[in-house]
Design a protein around this ligand. Structure first.
Ligand code: SF4
Ligand code: SF4
Length: 374
């Protein structure tokens, strides 16, 4: 794995139509890829559900067709909410290779593992399947991404020592968050001797646009550094972390990331303290811990734009009631102009909650959303 710890996550790419995540702007994305590669980085992360199913094709068009295969690495994933039976594994995997335009994956992860998916994966023979593909040379390294407690992580790593890597949600806001337990999960992976890949270092963008008082703490220390830089550097500073993914959305984000990751310096003791103080202050402000992954939206029968609504709710709770009016305009744009579901249209089928890796009580939050915006 590249010793430069910045991975390019292909889940928030630039779009040609801001209202349709499937319409990826290949031209801008290719320019971003060029800049990233030129700076000596080469790790790309995709998955079948990203961008409404279009991320793997974007990888093919913007990276695979434009660079020699041995100059970059691809991480793809076996997504359990897209298949449920053992006889679907082969087709699912082969279709991924085809969409990516590659003969092999450098890293292949069982996607968003938790207690339930562990049972499903074992029932389907997914652990044996990925080992078989590794033996065939179609996967170089196997692992899993993970959203559950440190106890479940320990259970998986004990039962499946063949897993070589673990991808964890790790950021300063979740480090001691009892719902995520980044620290305990990280320590568990390290105890088992597994390199850690980090997802959501900026918590789906939440740590890039902080409330003013927290942003001021960082700006006072380093006026030139972006707020996102503190989050990415925090994640990369842990010695057991092999790669930090950033879901880069525009060329400015690429440049910002490169400015501190090209010649990376871990956080000093002082800087660590500042980051933990910021985390404490952030925890004292109520917010919905939605990372914007969008796993919840595809199956919603009412087409409710859940992550967009939660972003508006967070904006109001972090910046105060003065944000209700502008957020209300956004709310009306989603529901009236785009014809998407209102929060009060929710029929409590809970399909969304089954897919949410953050285990959010989505239906409850939607009731609060309806109260504020309707
Ligand atoms: S519970 Fe509500 S928001 Fe969730 S999928 Fe069902 S209708 Fe959509
Ligand atoms: S509500 Fe959950 S599944 Fe939906 S975007 Fe947020 S974190 Fe992802």
């Amino acid at each position: 794995m590249n010793s430069k710890k910045l991975g390019f996550g292909l889940m928030r790419l630039p779009l040609t139509d801001p209202n349709d995540t499937r319409k990826i702007d290949y031209k801008t994305a290719s320019e971003m890829v060029d800049r990233y590669m030129e700076a000596g980085f080469n790790y790309f992360d995709t998955a079948a559900p990203y961008h409404g199913g279009k991320s793997e094709e974007a990888l093919r068009e913007c990276v695979v067709k434009r660079y020699p295969r041995d100059s970059f690495t691809i991480t793809d994933k076996l997504t359990f909410f897209m298949i449920s039976e053992a006889d679907q594994l082969e087709d699912f995997f082969e279709s991924q290779l085809e969409r990516c335009g590659t003969e092999y994956f450098d890293y292949y992860l069982l996607h968003a593992m938790n207690k339930d998916y562990l049972e499903q994966a074992e029932r389907m023979g997914a652990f044996d399947f990925v080992q078989k593909k590794k033996a065939e040379g179609k996967i170089r390294h196997i692992g899993f991404s993970f959203h559950d407690s440190p106890e479940v992580l320990d259970e998986i790593l004990t039962r499946h020592p063949e897993m070589e890597l673990v991808q964890l949600q790790l950021n300063y806001a979740d480090w001691d968050n009892p719902d995520v337990q980044s620290r305990a999960c990280y320590e568990t992976a390290v105890r088992h001797g597994k390199p850690v890949l980090v997802m959501e270092p900026v918590k789906g963008g939440l740590l890039a646009s902080l409330p003013e008082d927290i942003e001021a703490m960082f700006k006072e220390k380093e006026p030139e550094m972006s707020t996102a830089s503190w989050a990415v550097r925090f994640a990369a500073s842990h010695p057991g972390v092999a790669m930090v993914l950033s879901g880069m959305s525009n060329p400015e984000q690429v440049e910002d990331n490169l400015s501190y990751m090209e010649d990376f310096k871990p956080l000093s003791e002082d800087e660590q303290k500042l980051v933990h103080d910021a985390a404490d202050l952030l925890a004292s402000k109520a917010s919905i811990a939605c990372t914007g992954c969008r796993y919840c939206v595809d199956d919603c029968p009412k087409k409710i734009p859940i992550p967009e609504f939660f972003k508006m709710m967070n904006n109001v709770s972090q910046y105060g009631p003065s944000r209700i009016a502008p957020m209300n305009n956004k709310y009306r744009h989603q529901t009236e102009n785009l014809g998407l579901g209102k929060a009060s249209d929710c029929i409590h089928c809970r399909q969304c909650e089954q897919h949410c890796p953050q285990h959010l009580p989505i239906t409850e939050y939607l009731e609060q959303t309806a109260e504020i915006f309707e």
